[in-house]
Design a protein around this ligand. Structure first.
Ligand code: ATP
Length: 315
């Protein structure tokens, strides 16, 4: 799950070059370049109105870009070959429209007919999203989370090779969110490429291979969560558990370190000390602790969260 590999055109499941969508004065999407590799789980994040849904709709061929080129599975979305590729794409829209009077299974059979997918796939899709027990019940009796799962099941019909998931965990409880990402991992192992949006950044943080931060229609940054952390140069948070008798000596040793970024400023906590430490000074900090040996009882280093990184980049 690293973003350091060179872009390999052969391996790109999704490729956007200079894609824009303008509505009169609104630049909903503005010159986006993006590549998603086969089998990758790719996150798209941004404030409300950043252009995520517009980008999705263009990748799905639902709206036409004002400029630029989009390729899915090597086929241009605007070209003749796209019809065939589209059969292997699944889409979970932000707001799934379902018919309340149909049962879950009937709903899937309806979507299966639209997609020319064998009806036998419907039971398996319900099973995969954990709705096998509720297949015969009318959708009007479904909870919000169950409706969302059903939407996901319809996106899985036809065994798509590329999945577009727009805020797929809306309305899901924590257990259902965990199940959902476990399903994504299974799909990833099968080589399915997935691109998803979410406003819950803590949820995406450890579950995407790479992501792009979109703001006002433009890509602000792209890469693995770790590479984005390194781009923003935000400090690490260090918590030290130290015997009360040693707290002052440890604090003194750390604040005496000569660092190009300025002195560290350890603050006392009930357990010992806490400080913000630039990534570049991490090893010096650890070396400064070494002479204290076992008198430093524990060191806990916390990386900036994806949310921290997002707010730093997309302020
Ligand atoms: N059909 C349209 N006509 C005019 N403006 C539009 C249209 N569709 C989207 N926009 C504008 O384009 C911008 C991007 O909208 P989009 O729905 O893509 O954002 P988003 O990132 O998906 O937002 P959210 O997180 O709220 O779903 C917004 O300013 C929106 O008002």
């Amino acid at each position: 799950m690293s973003n350091t590999q060179p872009t390999n055109v052969e391996a790109d499941a999704i490729r956007l070059r200079g894609v824009s969508k303008h509505y009169r004065t609104v630049r909903a999407v503005d010159g986006v370049h993006l590549s998603v590799r086969r089998g990758e789980v790719f996150g798209l994040i941004g404030h409300n109105g950043a252009g995520k849904s517009t980008l999705f709709k263009m990748m799905l061929g639902l709206i036409v870009p004002t400029a630029g080129e989009i390729q899915i599975g090597g086929a241009a979305v605007s070209g003749r070959g796209f019809r065939a590729v589209r059969r292997h794409m699944g889409y979970l829209p932000e707001n799934v429209v379902l018919y309340d009077n149909l049962s879950g299974l009937e709903t899937l059979r309806f979507f299966a007919r639209l997609k020319s997918v064998p009806a036998q796939e419907c039971e398996a899709a319900l099973e995969r999203v954990g709705l096998a027990h509720a297949g015969e019940r009318p959708v009007r009796e479904y909870s919000k989370g169950m409706r969302q799962r059903l939407g996901f099941a319809q996106a899985l019909l036809g065994k798509p090779q590329v999945l577009f998931l727009d805020e797929p965990t809306t309305g899901l409880d924590p257990l259902a969110i965990r199940d959902f990402y476990a399903t994504l991992r299974g799909l990833r192992d099968e080589g399915v490429t997935m691109i998803l949006t979410s406003h819950i950044l803590a949820e995406l943080q450890d579950r995407v291979d790479r992501l792009a931060i979109l703001s006002a229609g433009r890509v602000l940054a792209m890469g693995s969560v770790q590479s984005l952390r390194e781009q923003v140069a935000m400090p690490l948070t260090v918590q030290l558990r130290v015997e009360a008798a040693d707290t002052s000596a440890v604090a003194l040793a750390l604040s005496a370190l000569s660092l190009p970024c300025g002195a560290l400023q350890p603050e006392p906590t009930p357990e010992g000390l806490q400080l913000r430490c630039p990534r570049s000074a991490k090893m010096q900090l650890l070396q400064a602790l070494a002479p204290f040996g076992a008198r430093v009882l524990d060191v806990h280093i916390t990386e900036p969260s994806l949310e921290d990184v997002f707010f730093d980049l997309a302020r």
